[in-house]
Design a binder for this molecule. Sequence first.
Ligand SMILES: [Zn+2]
Ligand SMILES: [Zn+2]
Length: 178
Amino acid sequence: MEELETVCSYHPGRPTTLRCNRCGRPICARCARRTPVGYRCITCVREQQKIFDTAYWYDFPVAFLAAALVCGVGSILGSFIGFFILFVAGFAGMLAARVVNWAVRHRRNRFLWIAAAAGGIAGSLPIMIPTLVMGLLSYEELGAAGLATLGFGLLWPLGYMVVAVVFLISNMKGFRLK
Ligand SMILES: [Zn+2]
Ligand SMILES: [Zn+2]
């Protein structure tokens, strides 16, 4: 009877009654991966991910540049309108995600959203440079008050960056696939 006991395919010493619902391989509780369609073995989960990871290596710099461009243009447009910059930011983030998906020809990768988010941050930074430089140059004359003004001047661009990147990430296709 001992020999008939089912053991985990990855751990020969571990008896189990659980099976992968795709290939039928016996798996122990530790090897089982919970997926939306039931418990699967590690091999099947990996194979499934390969189908989703269709992006080429150059899709990462492309995603970065596309997101940087859209977020950069948005931050310049937004800098003229004060509070409404946050609406522009949301729109720019969504648009950036669309442009990124188009630029990589809708190929996917679980990590592509990171490249896009980094691009969004990089693209939102240049608009802050004039404020920073001015603040630093006038620091001698203005002192602490000057620094406070500088901090306030950076609030909108910073808010823009956060909102744009959040919208960008949440609109990236691969983001939901973990
Ligand atoms: Zn399996
Ligand atoms: Zn196991």
